[in-house]
Design a protein around this ligand. Sequence first.
Ligand SMILES: Cc1ncc(COP(=O)(O)O)c(C=O)c1O
Length: 434
Amino acid sequence: MSVHKDIALDEVRKFHQDTLPDGKFVPGTTEIWPAGAVLDESDRTALVEAALEMRIAAGPSSRKFESRFARKMGRRKAHLTNSGSSANLLAMTAFTSHLLEDRRLRPGDEVITVAAGFPTTVNPIIQNGLIPVFVDVELGTYNTTAARVAAAIGPRTRAIMIAHALGNPFEVAEIAQLAEDHDLFLVEDNCDAVGSTYDGQLTGTFGDLATVSFYPAHHLTMGEGGCVLTSNLALARIVESLRDWGRDCWCEPGETNKCLKRFKYQMGTLPEGYDHKYIFSHVGYNLKATDIQAALGLTQLEKLDTFVDARRRNWRRLRDGLEGVPHLVLPRATERSDPSWFGFALTVDPEAPFKRAELVDFLEDRKIGTRRLFAGNLTRHPAYIDQPHRIVGDLTNSDIITEQTFWVGVYPALTEEMIDYIASSVREFVAARG
Ligand SMILES: Cc1ncc(COP(=O)(O)O)c(C=O)c1O
């Protein structure tokens, strides 16, 4: 290693120490963020090292991250992307590939999803000319049920795409079984749930494809980033092609002739031996991430288990601290699951003697950050009102979520003092207003 690089990285470590906050918690003054990146010295050093080596495009760290993350998640393949939304787009688009022959999804086919959640779980359905079929969710778990999904299956239903809400698994074993029984594809949007289990099995391992986000709010971060997970090698190849401009070839951009057949293909109406690196078999995108992002992902991955433990501990402490508080629906884990929580959702009972806005204002005034359960009922947003869609049953709970629900943080940077302050603040407000 260059002596100058050693010196530079030593200086980075010292700089990191200079930036550390004093760690003193002052109730009402210190910000309690609902989510955020947890970055240490090794993360900062890895970022700088990748920059010093000018690994500015996808490269060795990307490949290393993909193989380590796939192993950690118990899948054969992980494809790194520039965001969780891109991962969702790739996942749904993969099902439209001609390589799937009769199983491919065609415009007008239906995909079952939930009404209350994050927009880019649903957008790829619409972006591919498919029709979202919205079902409602439960209060408390904020997930839909296998029964609701089963009721929504119609003659044109071809796939299911649902997120594990705020880290809490949906009934994924039952829904995967439904998918199998009805020959449907299943995407688990696992963006908020890395490390969660259902029946002792990691979420992200039940569906044909699963997606992850590495945005700072999530369990691991690369700044921006995401990935598609699968153990289906045919789907993996399609995802890779769609991610990498639609190319047919699977050589890395810097590699040539890995397949030993680079000039021996004839495809479409191209001349015999046309360079395989420039044969395009999908109408693709470029949704790759860079090595600088992946370098950060690698150091973050080493901390995943401790992050997940901290999220579970914080959630449990807050849940215990709020036990018995009236007028609030407290969150609960889906049966047979062990969530790696993303956030802690609270729903103000519509009959409560106070409004959500009043409780949220009270907490925000105390520097306790709150967030909505993303879009709430998506079908009420301007972007979706005129989009073709089907609603099965009613969306009563999605509407209650839109009006009455918010969440606070449990991410690893929150200390016991902070969690206790959140709990005592909620209790104080409810006691004064209840
Ligand atoms: C459930 C879910 N899916 C997808 C995304 C999109 O991820 P990204 O912000 O990396 O695009 C998010 C973002 O927070 C999310 O919560």
